[in-house]
Design a protein around this ligand. Structure first.
Ligand code: NAD
Length: 694
């Protein structure tokens, strides 16, 4: 049952009951229409109140129904809103928790609305690349005014109901449960001769709508980048301001259908679902109970240890941080405090919050202080000998059932687990730098990692607001293993004729947040250099362009040394193309006996992105990633892959795997062609006309 019908003397109280957020799927929509009919036909009923629960009035349309016949099945959401407007008895909405998207649109069809002051009110559709399609773009400006509506619809960000209390959207804003007030208003309205004016019949008042909307269009266009939805939202508001209500609704419908089928919206919806799916593992059901995490310990107060600690402090979880030396500990604490104080100066947190968070932090040089910790995360130097010493000590002092995690980026988590007598309690928690900012968290599942340990890590990731993806054990896990192939191609392109600035520009035009050479200069080119030096010994068969080593040999590590792939002026982080590096690259091509050629932006994009895709296919096939969408989430959350392209695997699916394979076969005939042996899974899917994301 997704709708409950109750009678409180002469008022019908219809309660949405479709956990978790009262999504308006077809069953709920039918339930609402039936409840509405029943109330119309019952002469003892004078008014109808529709409500949800304390958590949610309604989170909106059920987006699982998009692009399925269910979305169009009647009563559709637009029909339901019209049915409310046609009710012969006053309909009152009692809103708590949240009224988002279709939930808010539904409420706009009622005669009256009462909300709890803290309820979140918004139309977030634009974030999925669409616009509100059940009249929201036409009714909201009539209720809250053109400017507020435009801001809400174009940003997608919700507002607390209290902030909208003075508008025609709400007839009352109350503290606590709005039901009583809604019943009272319903009864009062029923006594009137005429029903209260519907929102659709209100005028849109604005001193100079034309000028305002013109200005809005320019601003939104500049900010929207490759996304079509924000501008269509503005168009819909122009329609609201200039056309009749019914014409406006027709315009909105047309724009909605167009956007729902756009590649950008498909990609954004894929990203949305993929992120949710990433925390659901096939072999870990709801019967696996996460362990309780009340206190956390972090080993190592360096770059990563400090950032990792901040995540937990921000969530109100006490952290004990351990170092070997007092000076390193003090430096780490000062960095954490400095970061918080910088946030306070920018107004992101209050001075009081700085102290609250610092008060949750305990510093120690003594392992005995970690004996009660529920989760211990190691972030010490990246060497087996150091990890071994740490994990042996942890094994000796940690309480039974404590989870022991390593933040290693390259080492074998199974080997680390083997340093303890409790490998089932060990996993990798691979944070990304800066660890207090980056959303991605790779959870590395060792061969012995217990299910409830993984379930706990997934749960705590949510608590600290990270996007978690589970990876199997392999060199580089999902993200960095793929990135290696991407970087190799970027290097080969230099050898063949491209320059760093051209490659960066081509990839940024494709939509990457930053091209590989700018990233290298930002993160430090010495990190990759150290990894390659190790690879030259461990895996001598792998080839790389030598250019990156040559740049590092000049001490050009990037921004931190004032020069890298690019030149930098003191105090200026803007990269300037470097004549010296250009010459170095050209000379290197000559030394290889290569005749440099003009390389198109299209080839650049295909070479680096398909390198990601091919390695992603290996990762899928080996079971390192459980599903293609997990790989997409890693790249969207951690590597600046353009959200409107949905991640590398989704992008390849959309290009068509047959076409991807065709390009790869062409590249295989060129320079360093051996890098293009197609992954067997890609071959199989391409030949069968399949997709990675089914
Ligand atoms: P870092 O050098 O900044 O910090 C390491 C800290 O560990 C230092 O403060 C050091 O004093 C301390 N330490 C060393 N041995 C210790 C011991 N036995 N006991 C306690 N503390 C000890 O290094 P980092 O960049 O923070 O990296 C730490 C770990 O995180 C490494 O495994 C690294 O691979 C991984 N990692 C780093 C990044 C990154 O971008 N820096 C990203 C992901 C993962």
């Amino acid at each position: 049952m997704s709708v409950n019908y109750q009678v409180q003397s002469d008022v019908a109280v219809v309660q949405l009951d479709n956990p978790p957020v009262n999504g308006l799927d077809i069953v709920s929509r039918r339930g609402l229409i039936e409840a509405l009919d029943r109330a119309q036909q019952d002469p003892a009923i004078c008014a109808i109140v529709i409500t949800g629960n304390a958590r949610a009035f309604s989170g909106g349309a059920d987006i699982r129904e998009f692009n399925t016949p269910k979305a169009l099945e009647e009563p559709s959401l637009p029909s339901l809103v019209v049915a409310l407007e046609r009710s012969s008895k006053p309909v009152v909405m009692a809103i708590q928790g949240l009224a988002l998207g279709g939930g808010l649109e539904l409420s706009l069809g009622a005669h009256l609305r009462v909300a709890e002051g803290t309820a979140k009110i918004g139309l977030p559709e634009v974030k999925l690349g669409i616009l509100p399609g059940a009249g929201g773009t036409q009714r909201l400006p009539r209720a809250v005014g053109l400017e507020t509506a435009l801001n809400m619809i174009v940003s997608g960000n919700p507002l607390p109901a209290r902030q909208l209390a003075q508008t025609r959207l709400f007839d009352a804003v109350v503290d606590g449960d709005p039901l009583e007030k809604a019943i009272e208003l319903g009864r009062a309205a029923a006594k009137q001769e005429k029903l209260p004016t519907l929102i659709r019949d209100l005028p849109i008042e604005h001193e100079d709508a034309e000028a305002y909307l013109g200005f809005a269009r320019t601003t939104v266009k500049a900010a929207a980048g490759p996304y079509p939805a924000p501008l269509r939202c503005v168009d819909a508001l122009v329609a609201a301001a200039t056309l009749s209500f019914d014409e406006g609704i027709a315009f909105e419908r047309k724009a909605f259908v167009e956007l729902v089928n756009s590649s950008e919206s498909l990609a954004l919806r894929h990203a949305f679902f993929s992120e949710r799916a990433a925390s659901k593992l096939a072999d870990i059901g709801s019967e696996v109970r996460p362990r309780e995490i009340r206190t956390v310990a972090v080993i190592g107060a360096g770059t990563m240890g400090g950032g990792i600690s901040m995540n937990f402090l921000n969530a109100g979880i006490p952290v004990t941080i351990l170092e070997t030396r007092a000076d390193a500990l003090e430096r780490g604490l000062n960095t954490i405090r400095g970061n918080y104080e910088a946030s306070a100066r920018k107004g992101r947190i209050s001075a009081e919050q700085v102290e609250q968070r610092m008060n949750l932090l305990t510093a120690t040089l003594d392992y005995a202080a970690l004996a009660d910790a529920d989760l211990i995360i190691e972030a010490v130097f990246e060497e087996y000998s150091v990890k071994e010493s740490v994990f042996r000590q942890l094994d000796a002092i940690a309480r039974p059932g404590a989870i022991l995690a390593s933040n290693t980026s390259t080492l074998d988590v199974n080997r680390i687990a083997g340093f303890t007598q409790r490998p089932a309690d060990v996993l990798g928690m691979h944070f990304f730098s800066p660890a207090n900012v980056m959303k991605l968290l790779e959870l590395v599942r060792g061969s012995a990692t217990a299910k409830d340990v993984l379930a706990t890590a997934l749960a705590i990731a949510k608590t600290i607001n990270k996007t978690a993806v589970v990876s199997g054990v392999c060199d580089g896990f999902i993200g960095n293993r793929m990135l290696e192939q991407y970087s190799r191609q970027a290097g080969f392109l230099l050898d063949e004729g491209a320059l760093p600035q051209q490659i960066d520009r081509a990839l940024e035009k494709f939509g990457f947040a930053m091209g590989p050479f700018r990233v290298g200069d930002l993160a430090g080119n010495d990190i990759g250099w150290a990894i390659r030096k190790r690879r030259y010994v461990e895996k001598p068969a792998i080839t790389y362009s030598k250019t990156a080593d040559l740049v590092c040999e000049l001490g050009r590590y990037g921004q931190k040394t004032g020069a890298g792939w690019y030149d930098y002026s003191p105090g200026d982080r803007n990269p300037r193309p470097s004549r010296l590096v250009e010459q170095l690259i050209i000379d290197h091509s000559a030394a290889l006996g290569l005749t440099r050629r003009q390389i198109s932006d299209e080839e650049i994009v295909q070479r680096v992105v398909y390198a990601l895709v091919n390695e992603g296919a290996h990762i899928l096939e080996e079971g390192i990633a459980a599903k293609a969408s997990d790989i997409d989430v890693v790249y969207l959350a951690g590597y600046g892959f353009p959200p409107f392209r949905g991640g590398p695997m989704f992008y390849a699916d959309e290009v068509g795997l047959f076409n991807v394979l065709g390009s790869m076969r062409r590249f295989a005939k060129g320079y360093q062609g051996q890098a293009w042996a197609p992954a067997p899974l890609l071959l199989k899917l391409a030949e069968a006309g399949g997709r990675f994301n089914s």
